[in-house]
Design a protein around this ligand. Structure first.
Ligand code: NAD
Length: 243
């Protein structure tokens, strides 16, 4: 029941970081993997990834990427709406409103469109997994726009789970804490902050996330829908007092 071999998995934001790690994992497990990213370059052609360029916030581009993936590789079994950005906008009184628009456009509209296309192209019994964030439940004041966007992802997940349940399509989200990817490397300090804020005293590697996405993609999770799984090393469990 954990087998993902022969499933067709489409992953957005798959040219880098978590999405690329997932694409490589599913490909090595024997799945057919379609990757979608704003970056044009196939992130790993040697693994047989089928790459499609699209901005997830552009409805025509995203629709065309889904359509091409299905034309090339057949009906979809799993869609992972993973593309997202984080921009530190600082204090709300001085924040540049274009940051709010940009973050919501990619993180909220992009996931909404991803769910819409998944509903169109997924086989009955398929699985949608949206990448949320710990920032939806733990407040990081300088990242208000990011937190709003990821709270929306969790709400969309629940809503879509209710709407698509009659087709046995399951919709869940995964909310990582700090993961050492290019996105986090830009802000620095992750190791120090994670040491004091998590029970496990370290940030996640991409490999720490693979298991939960694999589980939610596989039939082993066939009665699980509408949930958010936090993969945060215990950060959301409370304050650790290890500073
Ligand atoms: P990353 O920057 O390494 O990768 C993001 C990918 O998304 C890139 O390949 C980028 O080109 C692509 N992308 C960005 N905008 C896009 C758009 N408009 N259309 C299509 N593709 C686009 O980041 P990551 O850390 O791997 O993040 C992946 C997801 O995980 C994001 O949704 C992020 O919010 C979430 N997340 C990351 C962390 C972390 O600590 N890294 C923590 C919690 C949640």
């Amino acid at each position: 029941m954990f087998n993902v071999k022969d499933k067709h998995v489409l992953i957005t934001g798959a040219a880098s970081g978590i999405g690329l790690g997932l694409a490589e994992h599913f490909a090595t497990q024997g799945a057919t993997v379609s990757t979608v990213d704003i970056s044009e370059k196939n992130p790993n052609p040697s693994l047989g990834l089928n790459h499609f360029k699209a901005d997830v916030s552009n409805s025509e581009e995203l629709h065309s990427a889904f359509e091409s993936a299905v034309k090339r590789n057949g009906v979809l079994d799993v869609v992972i709406n993973n593309a997202g950005i984080a921009i530190e906008e600082g204090a709300i009184e001085n924040a540049d409103i274009s940051i709010l628009e940009k973050v919501l456009n990619i993180n909220v509209k992009g996931v909404y469109l991803g769910i819409q296309n998944a509903a169109k192209y997924l086989t009955d019994g398929g699985s949608i997994i949206n990448t949320g964030s710990l920032a939806a439940s733990v407040t990081f004041p300088e990242y208000c726009t990011y937190s709003i966007s990821k709270s929306s992802v969790i709400q969309m997940t629940k809503n879509a789970a209710l709407q698509l349940g009659n087709r046995k399509i399951r919709v869940n989200s995964v909310s990582p804490g700090t993961v050492l990817t290019p996105m986090e490397a830009e802000s620095g300090d992750e190791a120090r902050i994670s040491k004091t804020c998590t029970a496990l005293e370290r940030p996640a590697d991409i490999s720490d996330l693979i298991g939960i996405y694999h589980f939610l993609a596989s039939d082993a999770s066939r009665y699980i829908t509408g949930i958010d799984v936090k993969v945060d090393g215990g950060w959301s469990a409370g304050v650790t007092n290890k500073a």
